[in-house]
Design a protein around this ligand. Structure first.
Ligand SMILES: Cc1cc2nc3c(=O)[nH]c(=O)nc-3n(C[C@H](O)[C@H](O)[C@H](O)COP(=O)(O)O)c2cc1C
Length: 165
């Protein structure tokens, strides 16, 4: 099977988790191997090396990611330089429109870009990633599945044999 994607998320009240499951179903449609895992299920940060694409989801807390997500990103310094060329993406649930969900996404993407990961914007829908106000509604559900499909498609296109040489 070409490509392996990790959807890595934290969720306290279930909204971000619902988004994670939808992103997972979109990626699965594209015939890649997908795992949706909570950040605290990652015992060894080296586990991130197994994946060709990493999609990170967090609730918006004070306009940025939850500390649990930041903590894992900070632990990923142990892999500095080793995530280069993997595909990255992000999504977030907030309570309010204009409540900081886009800044949450760009904060996550900053870390992924510093790792040398490849981030694809989207000319339609969520340009930086997918945002939801509370639980995903029908429109967000489709955007989550679309994010999964798009990351899977890019992973397949970038998974040429020479990438890890
Ligand atoms: C500590 C904390 C900080 C929050 N900060 C914001 C915020 O800055 N903007 C916002 O719109 N919602 C904020 N919220 C609301 C959550 O982002 C929102 O309820 C989200 O849907 C929770 O996602 P979850 O169900 O995956 O935990 C905050 C919630 C908590 C608990």
């Amino acid at each position: 099977m070409a490509g392996k994607i990790l959807i890595l998320y934290y969720s306290s009240t279930g909204n971000t988790e619902k988004m994670a499951k939808l992103v997972e179903s979109g990626a699965k449609e594209s015939g890649v191997s997908v795992a949706a895992r909570r950040v605290n299920d990652i015992k060894k940060v080296d586990e991130l090396l197994e994946y060709d694409g990493i999609i990170v989801g967090s609730p918006t807390y004070y306009g940025t990611m939850a500390y649990q997500v930041k903590q894992l990103l900070d632990r990923s310094v142990a892999l500095h330089g080793k995530l280069e060329g993997k595909v990255g993406a992000a999504f977030s649930s907030s309570a309010n429109i204009g409540g900081g969900n886009e800044t949450t996404i760009t904060d996550i993407l900053n870390a992924l870009l510093i790792h040398g990961m490849v981030v694809q914007g989207d000319p339609q829908g969520g340009h930086y990633g997918v945002v939801s106000i509370g639980a995903p509604d029908g429109r967000v559900e489709e955007q989550c599945r679309r994010l999964g499909r798009r990351v899977a498609s890019l992973v397949k296109r970038l998974s040429w044999p020479a990438r890890n040489q």
